[in-house]
Design a protein around this ligand. Structure first.
Ligand code: TYD
Length: 253
C-alpha cells in the first residue's frame, strides 16, 4: 500500500496530504486529552464518533450556507477537507457560564448569559491558550478587522444552528469552540469553519437532568466518555442503537 504523507499530528487528529491539490485527509484518533494534555487516555470509538458528529454538523452548516472546510466523509475515521490556513485563535461562544468564565468572573456554573458571549484565545499550548482581545488580534496581525467581523458573524450563526439542533434533542449547548481557516481560491480568500465540531469542543448538558454529555465527563471523571458521546450521536440520529458501529471490522477466522 502506498504510504501517505503526514502533514500534521495534533492531540486528537492527524492530517494527511489529500488526493487532490488543496485537499487534506483528516483522521480522528481515539486519544482524549485534558488540562493541556496533562491528562491523557485512549477512549475506544471516540475518533469514530467524532468523525461522524463533525460530519453531521459541518455538512449541516454547508447546507445552510455557512462555509466549512468539510468536503466528504471517507471512512469510519477519515474525512476529506479543504486545506486552509488556520487563524491561530480558539473562537469560543458561550450561552451559559461554565469553565474558565466562572473561574475568571466568579459566576455560578450554569448562569444564563443575557446574550451569547464570544471570546478569543490565542492558540498556543505552551502558553495555555490565553484569552486575548480584538486589540491583541489586530496588533499581532492574527486577523484583520474585516476578518474579525466575519469571524464574529460566523461564530454567532454557528451558535444559532447548533443551539437549535441540540435543543431539538433535549440538549443544552452551554458553550463551544470553533476554529476558522482561510481558504485560497485563485486570487480570492474566504473564511470557513475548520477543525472539528464534536463533544470534545462543546459543553452539552441534558436539558431535563443537567447530566453532562461532553468532555467534562473525562475532565472530571464523571463516567464513561464513550457512553456520553454515543448518547449524543444517538439522540441526533447520527448512529443507530449501539456501540457496535464504533469498532472497525475484525477479521473473522
Ligand atoms: P473554557 O471554559 O474556556 O475552557 P475549559 O474547557 O478549559 O474549562 O472552554 C469553553 C469551551 O470551549 C468549552 O466547551 C471547551 C472549548 N475549548 C476547546 O475545545 N479547546 C480550547 O482550547 C479551549 C480554550 C476551549
Amino acid at each position: 500500500m502506498a504510504r501517505r504523507t503526514k502533514v500534521y499530528e495534533g492531540k486528537a487528529k492527524i492530517l494527511y496530504e489529500g488526493p487532490e491539490p488543496g485537499t487534506l485527509v483528516q483522521y480522528f484518533k481515539d486519544d482524549a486529552t485534558a488540562f493541556n494534555a496533562k491528562k491523557k487516555e485512549i477512549i475506544e470509538g471516540k475518533g469514530v464518533l467524532n468523525n461522524r458528529l463533525s460530519e453531521f454538523f459541518m455538512s449541516g452548516l454547508n447546507n445552510i450556507g455557512i462555509p466549512t472546510h468539510f468536503l466528504k466523509r471517507l471512512n469510519m475515521r477519515e474525512q476529506l477537507i479543504s486545506s486552509c490556513e488556520i487563524i491561530p485563535l480558539e473562537v469560543i461562544v458561550r450561552n451559559f457560564a461554565a469553565g474558565t468564565l466562572c473561574e475568571r468572573l466568579g459566576l455560578e456554573e450554569g448562569t444564563r448569559l443575557s446574550r451569547p458571549l464570544v471570546e478569543y484565545c490565542y492558540k498556543d499550548d505552551s502558553l495555555g491558550d490565553p484569552l486575548v482581545s480584538e486589540e491583541h488580534i489586530a496588533a499581532f496581525g492574527w486577523a484583520s478587522h474585516p476578518e474579525m467581523d466575519e469571524i464574529l458573524s460566523l461564530a454567532l450563526r454557528v451558535n444559532d444552528f447548533m443551539s437549535g439542533i441540540f435543543y431539538g434533542v433535549g440538549i443544552r449547548l452551554v458553550d463551544f469552540k470553533i476554529e476558522i481557516g482561510k481558504v485560497f481560491e485563485s486570487e480570492f480568500q474566504r473564511l470557513v469553519v475548520a477543525d472539528e465540531i464534536s463533544p470534545d469542543s462543546c459543553r452539552l448538558w441534558d436539558i431535563e437532568s443537567g447530566k453532562k454529555l461532553d468532555k467534562d465527563v473525562f475532565r472530571r471523571d464523571l463516567g464513561d466518555l464513550s457512553d456520553a458521546y454515543t448518547e449524543v450521536a444517538m439522540r441526533l440520529g447520527v448512529i443507530q442503537s449501539n456501540k457496535s458501529q464504533l469498532t472497525e471490522p475484525r477479521l473473522v477466522k
